[in-house]
Design a protein around this ligand. Sequence first.
Ligand code: SF4
Length: 95
Amino acid sequence: MTETVNVDVKLGVNKFHVDEGHPHIILKDNPNMTEYRKLVNACPAGLYKLEEDGSIRFDSAGCLECGTCKFLCGDTILEKWEYPRGTFGIEYRYG
Ligand code: SF4
């Protein structure tokens, strides 16, 4: 018998150590919206938001450090992408 995996529940057990004032990912001022829309669907943490009025919202605090945004879109939307400083970032609880 197989058990359905709930990704939100799995992600909810991780712990994040946020480096306040030093985001490890910074978007460009005017990111390419075609590229940005890719990440609305591709970011596994759902951090790339598109509001109903067309504005964008991004917060790196829940980042899984998977690198998907860096490799999919690179400098078309990103001003900076680097791993968080030591002791900050995600702490995976189950692998
Ligand atoms: S590194 Fe992964 S989890 Fe973090 S913002 Fe990029 S796509 Fe999302």
